[in-house]
Design a protein around this ligand. Structure first.
Ligand SMILES: CC(C)(COP(=O)(O)OP(=O)(O)OC[C@H]1O[C@@H](n2cnc3c(N)ncnc32)[C@H](O)[C@@H]1OP(=O)(O)O)[C@@H](O)C(=O)NCCC(=O)NCCS
Length: 306
């Protein structure tokens, strides 16, 4: 592919797809099995997961804009220096919306194959971004900074940590999930895995699937390290998942094993209702209880009933 058209592809990617939230263009510009790490540190594979990442950025900064400061291209490799700007309207890194205008920088490395973006790796200055969101704490963001909890996309080491926690915890012990199968679950490219951090300590994780049940978002797994349980971390991770999907879905699903009555009680308290019992689903003698919560506000429900 000519150098000029590779650079043109990258310009279309930023100006026409990202800056206009043109999700449909993803199929024209991206290779179906694209591997991508975004400026916020989220790693995804495939176009649907990529669009999920776009929605994540959109929910945090609905007016997000990318400015290309510089592009260097060499055959199928392109490097771009970017400036990002936006207004913080949705939870990000566990920080509730502050309404602040933010700006941060990034460096993006792309590989082009057959006229499409096959891989992208972007290093964003998230430390500068978090400083702008955190300091000084506004009345809205105080809760997050006081609790000291941040929710971030997991890196490979944190995925391994999540797999070890899963394999050593109920309900997975009873469900006979060994470390190898937990590792597979935590490294699946179509699963979004986020961890809750208290300072530098990892306290819990949540695995999300955009189309896990009935074409709707699904909380696939959730666990909090034993010493951090009962302090609101699990509830916080669930709220994070709900906010993550709120702009793009009207329902979210979760499952609890029939013997995991404390988790079920927690989900009920958070507004999840029983929809189905899947008998003998993972192991004989135990059911998986499928639960669902509406992500629509009362105003939206009333409007759609009219
Ligand atoms: C379920 C779980 C994620 C909740 O996380 P958490 O940070 O303890 O949750 P919160 O602090 O927000 O809420 C606490 C509530 O969680 C529920 N809970 C479920 N299992 C619990 C456990 N093993 N220890 C403490 N609380 C638990 C209780 O209802 C508790 O309320 P209570 O204090 O009135 O008893 C966590 O307990 C856990 O990791 N359990 C083991 C793995 C698991 O069961 N995952 C769910 C798979 S469906």
């Amino acid at each position: 592919m000519a150098m000029q058209s590779s650079a043109r592809l990258i310009r279309r990617y930023y100006h026409e797809m990202w800056n206009r939230w043109n999700f449909a263009l993803a199929h024209q510009l991206l290779a179906p099995r694209i591997r991508f790490r975004g400026s916020l540190g989220v790693e995804v594979r495939g176009i649907e997961a990529f669009k999920g990442y776009m929605r994540h950025v959109q929910s945090a900064f609905p007016d997000f804009s990318n400015t290309i400061e510089e592009v260097v291209s060499q055959r199928t490799r392109i490097v771009a220096r970017l400036s990002y700007r936006g207004t913080h309207r949705g939870e990000l890194f566990g920080i509730p919306p502050t309404g602040k205008r933010i700006a941060y920088s990034g460096a993006a490395f792309f590989r082009i194959s057959r006229g499409k973006i096959a891989a992208g790796w972007v290093l964003g200055d998230t430390a500068a971004l978090i400083r702008q969101l955190d300091a000084p704490p506004s009345s809205q963001s105080r809760g997050a900074t006081e609790s000291g909890l941040r929710i971030v996309a997991a890196n490979a080491g944190q995925r391994d940590w999540a797999a070890s926690l899963m394999a050593s915890s109920e309900p997975w012990i009873t469900l006979r999930r060994d470390l190898a199968s937990c590792r597979t679950a935590c490294h699946r490219p179509d699963s979004l895995l986020f961890v809750a951090l208290s300072g530098t300590e990892t306290c819990g994780f949540i695995i999300l699937q955009r189309r896990g049940v009935a074409d709707s978002p699904y909380i696939k797994s959730l666990a909090v390290a034993e010493q951090h349980r009962g302090r609101g971390v699990g509830s916080r991770l669930i709220r994070f998942a709900e906010d993550f999907f709120r702009l793009s879905a009207s329902h979210i699903f979760i499952c609890a094993s029939s013997f995991n009555s404390r988790a079920r009680a927690l989900y009920e308290r958070l507004g999840y209702a029983h929809v189905a019992e899947l008998k003998d689903f993972v192991i004989p003698g135990a059911s998986e209880i499928l639960m669902r919560k509406s992500l629509l506000s009362t105003a939206q429900v009333n409007a759609s009933a009219r």
